[in-house]
Ligand binder design. Structure first.
Ligand SMILES: Cc1cc2nc3c(=O)[nH]c(=O)nc-3n(C[C@H](O)[C@H](O)[C@H](O)COP(=O)(O)OP(=O)(O)OC[C@H]3O[C@@H](n4cnc5c(N)ncnc54)[C@H](O)[C@@H]3O)c2cc1C
Length: 313
């Protein structure tokens, strides 16, 4: 069977097994990423409970369909040719969180802002850094997201989910291989469903004030009203990517519809261009920084999918 035929079979099986499961064909990925870039995915499903996830994973595995997992798409650059195979979107649904003592167990689709607010309301400290990161708990753990001196690795104790064949996995913090904006899950195909956090007692008013402070600083410095995926490049060992880009005189530098933000050189923004523009801009920035500082900036945004086919002019 061709990939398209296998995808037709997957769609038919999923619809027959669970009429409530959200299944979309030819889903435009630009709608599911904060950069608003990317062609169509062959099939996109948004499960809202673990049984639906295992149903989807087991069938995709049996049919040998490639699978990509996404959260809120806030760290993604999907190429213009889109994604062949299945995209599982773990966002908006899978939204429960349970608080017990100093512990929170959250489903992967919970937004980090919601998690941070719930923790603060429960007088639990350790998650204020996450309040302005526009991603999900699953995406945050996968990337070891962080800000203002905090990061997921400091508060996560257990990560649970499924392997791509639908069998369960569990990793304790010490097994996650956390580093700066990195976890071992970035090199493994696994779907996170639940994350457990161990927090410390704190004072609601202090925590809420800290979140307001962080978010005010963010709004002052970052181009939050424009389409971006946050910091385009990781922080290199010696220095800051944004300072290096700025010192190359690249603020406002544009390729097609992609631009180095004039407000914050660490952010590249989409002003109505294509993923190809964005990739070309990233390459120009890397070239300039390497020439001036001898440093090769490593993308922080996760690049997915295929280039658009070349068409005649
Ligand atoms: C304005 C703005 C500000 C930002 N500020 C910060 C910041 O301060 N600090 C920071 O670290 N990041 C920041 N980011 C980037 C981004 O928000 C984080 O990386 C976030 O953790 C991504 O979460 P997500 O749910 O959007 O994941 P996505 O972007 O959808 O996915 C990111 C990666 O995680 C994987 N993934 C997502 N969900 C799952 C899951 N359930 N199971 C397995 N894998 C999964 C995906 O396959 C992908 O590889 C910012 C982005 C924007 C747009």
């Amino acid at each position: 069977m061709t990939l398209n035929e296998r995808i037709d079979t997957l769609e038919a099986r999923l619809r027959a097994a669970d009429e409530h499961l959200s299944v979309k064909r030819n889903a435009l990925m630009a709608r599911y990423t904060t950069l608003h870039l990317g062609g169509t995915a062959d099939i996109l499903v948004s499960p809202d409970r673990p049984e639906q996830i295992t149903l989807v994973l087991k069938n995709a595995h049996e049919l040998e369909i490639p699978v990509v997992i996404i959260g809120n798409g806030s760290n993604l650059l999907v190429k213009d040719g889109g994604i062949r195979g299945l995209v599982i979107r773990m966002c908006r649904d899978m939204q429960n969180l349970e608080i017990s003592g100093n512990t929170i167990r959250a489903e992967a689709g919970v937004m980090m802002s919601t998690l941070a607010m719930a923790a603060a309301q429960a007088n639990l400290a350790g998650l204020t850094f996450a309040s302005g990161i526009p991603g999900t708990v699953g995406g945050g753990v996968h990337m070891n997201a962080g800000a203002y001196g905090g990061e997921m690795s400091q508060v996560v104790t257990l990560v649970e989910g499924y392997n791509m064949d639908g069998t369960p996995f569990r990793y304790h913090r010490y097994e996650m291989g956390f580093k700066h904006r990195y976890s071992r899950l970035m090199e493994e195909s696994k779907l996170i469903t639940h994350v457990t956090f161990q927090l410390k007692p704190g004072k609601r008013e202090t925590l809420l004030a800290e979140m307001v402070d962080y978010n005010t600083r963010r709004a002052e410095k970052q181009p939050l009203t424009q389409f971006s995926a946050g910091s385009t490049f990781k922080r290199p060992e010696n220095g800051y990517a944004s300072a290096m880009i700025d010192q190359c005189g690249l603020k406002g530098f544009t390729v097609g519809g992609a631009q180095v933000s004039e407000k914050h050189a660490g952010f590249c923004i989409n002003k109505g261009g294509t993923a190809a523009d964005f990739l070309a801009l990233m390459a120009e920035v890397q070239k300039a920084v390497q020439a001036k500082f001898g440093v090769l900036l490593e993308p922080e945004v996760r690049i997915m999918g295929e280039d658009a086919p070349v068409t005649e002019a």
